[in-house]
Design a protein around this ligand. Sequence first.
Ligand code: ATP
Ligand code: MG
Length: 407
Amino acid sequence: MLSTPKGTHDLLPEDLSTWQFMEAMARETFARSNFQEIRTPILEYTELFARGVGDSTDIVNKEMYSFEKGDRQLTLRPENTAGVVRAYIQHGMDRWPKPVKLFYMGPQFRYERPQAGRQRQFHQVGAELFGIDTPQSDLTVIALAYDFLALLGLNNLSLEINNVGCFVCREDFKIKFKALVKPYLSELCEDCNKRYETNPLRMLDCKNPTCKAVYQRSDIQAFLNEDQTCSECQTHFQTLLDLLEKSEISAHRNKMLVRGLDYYTRTVFEITSNHLGAQNAVCGGGRYNGLVKTLGGPDTPAVGWAMGMERLISLIQKKDTLSLDYYVASDDLLSAQVLARKLRQQGYSVDLDLSGKALGKQLAQADKLGVRQVAILGESERLNGTVTLKDMTQKTQTTVPQESLFR
Ligand code: ATP
Ligand code: MG
C-alpha cells in the first residue's frame, strides 16, 4: 500500500475543523492589527536560503530539500522569512508607508528526524514587521503573538527572551567566547567544533548533553551573565523588558537562547509550552536588522516570528465539524436536487442522498450527519408545493409552503 512520505501527514476532514478554527483566529488577529497577508512560492532558488538563513546553519547544511532543474538549484522552502524578504525587495516595499506589516501561513519542509512535534512537512504561521527599529516594534510583534495565542485559548505559555547584540558587538563577543571555550574543544561534539569556526554563538544551541554540561560551567555562565553587548543594544533590550512588564507579558531572560538562524540581531525570543515534551517551542522569533541588506535590498530593520501550526494544534481543544443547515429527504431524487439547489442559492448548507436509500434510511442518515433540519418532500408535499420540516434538535415537525424557506 502506498503511504505518505516519512515525516508528512494527511489532514483529514475530521482534523481540518480545528485547523480552520486556528487559521480563522490567525486571520482575525492579523486583521485587528492591520498585518496583511503575503503568499510566496514554496519553491525558491537555493541561494536565497544559503544567503538568507546562513550556510553555517543546520537548516541549510542538513535539512533542505534541494534539487536541480534546468541549470538552477531549487529548494522547497524550509522557512518563510527569507521568501518574504526576497518579495519585500523584489516589489520595492521599502517605498510603502512604514512599517510594512505582513503575515503568512503555509507548509515548510525540513529533512529532520521525525518525532513527536517534528515533521518533515510542517506548517508555519508567521508575522514580519519592516522599517522600524524601536523596542516598541519588538513589543508589537510579541504582543501580536500573545493576542493570537489568547484567541486560541492558550494562556499558560512562557516567553524566553535574550539579546544577541548587533553585528558590531557580536564580533567582540565571539572572540571572547572562543577564547573561553577553546580549552574544552576536545570535550565538545564534532558539530560544536565546526560551529567554533563558522558560527560560535550557535554552540550554545547544541542539544548534546556533554556539550550542554560544558556550557553550564561556572566560568562560561559568568561570562554569559555579564551582558557582553554594546550600550545601544543593552538600552534597546532593557527598554523592551520594561515595555513587556508594563504590558503584563512576563518574560524570562534566557542567556543560552541564541536561536538557530544567523540573521538575528538584538532581540531573540521563544514562546514555549510545558505540555509539549521535548519539542516545547511553539513560536520562535526576533529582530533581524541585517537580512534585507544581506539579500541585496536597502538597509532595513525588521522583526518577526514564526509558529509551528502542528504544535499549536496539539495544544488547542478539538473543534467539532460545523453542522449542516438542511438535509433534503425525498422519494424523488430530482425534486430533492432542485430544492437543495434553491436552498444553497439562499446561502444554506444542504446535503441529500444520492444512493437511492428509502425515506426512513435517509432520515437516519440525516441524524448521523448532525443536520439542524430535514426537509421532507413526499408525494403530497410535491403536489401541494409544500415541504415538511423536521427539526432534529426539538424533534418537532411542521408542513409549510416551499416558498417560506426562501429568504
Ligand atoms: P526547533 O528548536 O523545535 O527545531 P527551530 O528553532 O528549528 O525549532 P524555527 O525555525 O524558529 O524553529 O521555527 C519556528 C517554529 O516552527 C518552531 O518554534 C516550531 O514550533 C516550528 N517548527 C520548526 N521545525 C519544525 C518541524 N520540523 N516540525 C514541526 N514544527 C516545526
Ligand atoms: Mg529546528
